[in-house]
Design a binder for this molecule. Structure first.
Ligand code: UD1
Length: 367
């Protein structure tokens, strides 16, 4: 069994004995977060059902995790299991003594969630309950949860801070799974002061590791803006459909708060440090992770054209159902309580995204 230590005060120098379970560690947010943890000498164990790829049998690591190991020169224990499989999770918890869990495993397609809501509630909500039950039975009661700014629904004011109402006017089942899980965690922390949970409300994560070795590898046609733009730039798709140019914004296109995936990964490390400190015992906390400013669809297109030297053809089409005109964050709470602030610019995001996309035009299947 891997050793662990109860961390009274986790600083940069005393984390070597920390053992963290990362669910969904093979995915986009997961791989970048695992890199950050390994750089801090944290011992990382990943569980992932690698549903997004044909790779990764019980004995073989998916390419994304192999690349994480190449990048960091460190090993990651990998278990190909689904978080809904309580028996398999029990065995993992019997084999390691975790200090905390970073829970990223989830289905995440907004469109699919509208067609297949039960799949989303089973995987995301019921899967999380299974994970929490196993954690409880092993006395592991610290969780960092991958939430989303989608819990805010239609923004009532801008910039959005954590005081903003959640769970109202959330336009799709995917978003509601994030909201319900936040509430489950809140109830759990209220019921038992040994639990602590930190919900990280991501705005729009984009970009890639600056090495170009790991990045986002969406299955099928990307639904999100930046991966779509990158695929147009690399020639995989002819043009971008811009969903609406009649919004009440300066250029008429939607405004979002894009955050570099490496800044997001650092946010997970900052939250992990906080939760490992005794001070966060018995608490439920939520933090926005964003850049704290908005860019329009056309800002993103122009920036991507400039860093890639490719022109991006666009078609203006109708608004997409469920989209809002503008959304951007106030991240001052994360700055004051987690000592975290996003520092990478839109140019950094596009540059790193383009490096990843041009070296790996077909994602992890490229080479
Ligand atoms: C979307 C999801 C949100 C999820 C997030 C994950 C919806 C309604 N919301 O957020 O629940 O948490 O992704 O990152 O799907 N756009 C285009 N053309 C495209 C794609 C996007 O014009 O092909 C525009 C959108 O209208 C929007 C902006 O680009 O104004 C960003 O879109 P996207 O990347 O999909 O993110 P969100 O809609 O903010």
């Amino acid at each position: 069994m891997a050793e662990s230590s109860t961390q009274e005060n986790v600083g940069e120098d005393n984390v070597a004995s920390v053992v963290v379970l990362v669910t969904g560690g093979c995915g986009y947010v997961g791989t970048h977060t695992v890199v950050r943890l390994l750089e801090q000498n944290v011992q990382v164990v990943v569980v992932d059902n690698v549903a997004w790829t044909t790779e990764g049998t019980e004995d073989s690591k998916p390419k994304s995790l192999q690349r994480v190991e190449e990048l960091t020169g460190k090993a990651v224990a990998f278990h190909n299991i689904d978080i809904s499989n309580g028996d398999a999770l029990e065995k993992i918890f019997d084999s390691y003594r975790f200090d905390c869990v970073i829970h990223l495993a989830a289905l995440k397609s907004v469109g699919d969630s509208c067609r297949l809501p039960l799949d989303y509630y089973r995987n995301n909500v019921a899967g999380t309950v299974t994970l929490l039950e196993v954690m409880k039975s092993h006395q592991v009661k610290k969780l960092v949860f991958s939430s989303s700014a989608t819990v805010y629904g239609e923004p009532q004011y801008l910039p959005i801070n954590e005081e903003h109402v959640t769970g109202q006017k959330v336009t799709n089942p995917y978003g509601r799974t994030k909201y319900f899980i936040e509430e489950i965690l809140r109830d759990l922390c209220t019921s038992d002061p040994e639990w602590s949970a930190i919900c990280l409300r991501y705005f729009n994560p984009v970009g890639a590791h600056p090495s170009g070795r790991i990045g986002e590898d969406p299955a099928g046609v990307p639904c999100n803006l930046m991966p779509y733009v990158a695929q147009v730039a690399v020639g995989r798709r002819p043009k971008l459909a811009v969903y609406g140019n009649d919004y009440p914004t300066p250029d008429g296109t939607g405004i979002r708060d894009y955050i570099h995936i490496m800044d997001l990964a650092e946010g997970h490390w900052a939250a992990t440090k906080k939760i490992l400190q005794n001070g966060s015992k018995g608490s439920w906390l939520a933090y926005n992770l964003g850049l704290g400013r908005g860019y329009s669809v056309l800002d993103v297109v122009k920036c991507f054209e400039s860093v890639s030297g490719r022109s991006i053809a666009v078609d203006f089409v109708c608004r997409r159902d469920g989209d809002v005109a503008s959304s951007y964050s106030d991240c001052s709470l994360a700055s004051s309580q987690l000592d975290w602030k996003a520092s990478r610019t839109l140019t950094d995001m596009c540059t790193d995204m383009w490096r990843w996309q041009s070296i790996n035009p077909n994602g992890y299947q490229s080479n």
